[in-house]
Design a protein around this ligand. Structure first.
Ligand SMILES: [Zn+2]
Length: 60
């Protein structure tokens, strides 16, 4: 009985995840874009930029 409950619970979790991906694919993309914005990368050297400009001295 308990195993059945756990199996149903796991199935429900998988279903919620699948439905969430189907219904909100753009939301997940936006979250990824936000994460990228929070950690900007220098266009010239590829390192993470802390502050306004990179250590390499080039803008980006
Ligand atoms: Zn740089």
């Amino acid at each position: 009985m308990l195993v059945k409950v756990i199996l149903i619970f796991l199935l429900a979790m998988v279903l919620v995840g699948m439905v969430g991906k189907l219904v909100f694919p753009s939301a997940i993309d936006r979250m990824k874009a936000k994460a990228r914005l929070r950690s900007p990368v220098c266009k010239s050297c590829g390192r993470y930029v802390i502050g306004k400009s990179c250590d390499c001295g080039k803008k980006g």
